[in-house]
Design a protein around this ligand. Structure first.
Ligand SMILES: CC(C)(COP(=O)(O)OP(=O)(O)OC[C@H]1O[C@@H](n2cnc3c(N)ncnc32)[C@H](O)[C@@H]1OP(=O)(O)O)[C@@H](O)C(=O)NCCC(=O)NCCS
Length: 175
């Protein structure tokens, strides 16, 4: 019985929705977590209500800016994470994503990535989607590989996190 319930939960679909101001409580709750924040390039820590308000306001405003697309990830109406595209020259985009720790390993990250790939390749007609992964982030590498991304190489000290240069792996899906 328990096994059946777990499989049903794993099958629950995710939805990518535009950010709304009622995502502020969940943003603060989910992002105020060093296990999530440490893998993200530019998330304030601690993450405050002011940070959430600023982010949501920018996301709503960014809807009208063609080179940035940001979505909250929801399942059954519950906010569980975020995903976004930064589009360059109308052909390429870099994808970034996170899922709240309490929802990890349920398939949500992979499903959200699949959906944003459809947006990138089908709706926006992009030809390349890349992701920059800090060395050691095996869960992120796993979902990229599961979604058909290929490892392209490592940028030594490719990004600076909290003032420390970190090695980054580049993954990309090219069509
Ligand atoms: C990366 C992240 C989005 C994955 O989300 P998720 O919803 O847990 O992803 P999924 O459940 O779809 O898949 C996770 C996969 O990683 C695997 N995994 C988890 N931890 C792992 C580890 N330490 N080593 C290897 N694989 C691992 C899981 O087994 C699962 O693979 P499976 O489906 O084959 O069993 C989530 O861990 C996260 O938000 N991390 C913090 C923020 C982050 O890293 N963002 C990405 C920056 S590049």
């Amino acid at each position: 019985m328990i096994l059946l319930m777990i499989s049903a939960e794993r099958l629950q679909m995710v939805e990518l929705v535009n950010y709304r101001f009622d995502h502020r409580d969940s943003l603060v709750k989910l992002l105020n977590n060093p296990n999530v924040e440490k893998w993200l390039l530019s998330v304030p820590s601690p993450y405050t209500y002011k940070d959430a308000d600023y982010f949501i306001a920018n996301s709503i405003f960014d809807i009208n800016i063609p080179d940035v697309r940001r979505f909250a990830i929801e399942t059954g109406g519950i906010h569980i994470g975020g995903i976004g595209l930064r589009i360059k020259q109308n052909y390429y985009a870099e994808v970034g994503y996170w899922i709240g720790e309490e929802y990890w390993n349920c398939g949500y990250g992979s499903e959200a990535l699949k959906q944003i790939m459809e947006i990138a390749f089908e709706d926006l007609s992009l030809v390349r989607l890349s992701a920059i992964v800090f060395e050691g982030n095996y869960a992120s590498e796993k979902i990229l590989l599961k979604c058909g991304f290929e490892y392209e190489g490592t940028m030594e000290k490719g990004r600076v996190k909290n003032g420390v240069p970190v090695d980054c792996k580049v993954y990309a899906k090219v069509i």
